[in-house]
Design a protein around this ligand. Structure first.
Ligand code: SF4
Length: 90
């Protein structure tokens, strides 16, 4: 089953800690990349996601967090040769 990060992590689109809606849920420029809804399957490249209930930084700042993430491994396995690692916002 193709899941977005908020479905896999079961965090919901809106953080419980008052952070508002996670940008992975609203990043329309990443829509359909890796077959996800908005940034839902390329969240590692979305700035300010709410992973682990905390507001994260830029891709460069969360690269270590994401490199050990079970969701990113799952997307990579599912997408195979068509896996997209980054996207461009312009
Ligand atoms: S830790 Fe990184 S790869 Fe994992 S769900 Fe959060 S943004 Fe996505």
């Amino acid at each position: 089953m193709i899941l977005n990060c908020w479905e896999f992590k079961k965090c919901g689109s809106e953080s419980k800690k008052g952070l508002g809606i996670c940008p992975a849920f609203t990043e329309t420029k990443a829509h359909r990349l890796n077959r996800g809804k908005n940034g839902g399957r390329i969240c590692w490249a979305v700035t300010g996601t709410h992973c682990n209930g905390e507001k994260q930084g830029t891709y460069a700042q969360k690269v270590l967090l994401c490199s050990d993430c079970d969701f990113r491994r799952k997307v990579k396995d599912e997408e195979g040769m068509t896996f997209r690692f980054i996207y461009f916002k312009s």
